[in-house]
Structure formats: C-alpha cells, structure tokens
Design a protein around this ligand. Structure first.
Ligand SMILES: [Zn+2]
Length: 131
C-alpha cells in the first residue's frame, strides 16, 4: 500500500507541485524567485516526466498509443523519440504536437499543466523584473 502511494507520488509530483504553485499564488506570499523556480520545475515535469501516450505518428498514419513520459519524450521506439524531439525543435510543429497529445490519455492534463506552469513562471519573472 505504502509502496504504491510512493510510486504514484513519483509519477505525479509535478501535478502536486503545480497545485501547490497555484495555491501559493493566491494563498501564500512567496518570493517571486521561488515561484519562478517552482513553476519552472513544473514545466520541466510536463515536458519530460508527465505520464501520457507517446502519440508519435506510426508508418500507417495512426498515432502511437504506447505509454511514454513527458510531452517531448517518445516511447521505447527510437524513431518515435526522434520524431518528437524534431517536432519540439521546430516551432511550427508545436501546436501539431500539442493537438495530437491532447487526444490521448494523460495528454490533456500535461498540455494544460505545461501552459499553466509556463504562465505562472512568466508571471513570477515579470514580478521579479518589475519589483
Ligand atoms: Zn511511440
């Protein structure tokens, strides 16, 4: 029981962190640099660790449904890894990548999480610069 709770925590810590950041914006007064760091960490989680489908394109035009972690990482198939890295490196492919991942299990929360974390990080940086 404990072990599985721990495992779940290891898989979902980024979401918990994001929840904490959201709470901190309204309920706590943390230093903007701390907020920026925590938000940045949440972005990294969504990019590399959030559990979701791979969603790389298969040869037959369907999307891969193997489990993978993070918006930027593919599943165990090497070609899929490259495909996602290439899409991420190309700015114009970002929306395509997001739309594709969005249709899969785990993808929606990761895309929304990544957006929320980026906005939060940006807001913290702005606060740092302004004050
Ligand atoms: Zn794949």
């Amino acid at each position: 029981m404990r072990a599985s709770t721990e495992k779940a925590f290891h898989r979902a810590w980024g979401y918990l962190l994001l929840g904490f950041v959201g709470f901190a914006w309204f309920g706590l007064t943390l230093d903007p640099s701390v907020m920026a760091a925590l938000s940045g960490l949440a972005v990294v989680y969504m990019m590399f660790q959030a559990p979701m489908w791979c969603c790389a394109e298969n040869r037959d035009g369907t999307y891969c449904r193997k489990n993978s972690y993070g918006l930027l990482r593919g599943c165990s198939i090497r070609q899929h890894k490259w495909q996602k890295i290439k899409m991420a490196a190309d700015n114009s492919s970002w929306s395509k990548l997001c739309r594709r991942v969005f249709a899969g299990i785990g993808g929606q929360s990761a895309v929304i999480g990544a957006l929320a974390a980026s906005v939060s990080a940006l807001a913290a940086v702005v606060q740092l610069v302004v004050t």
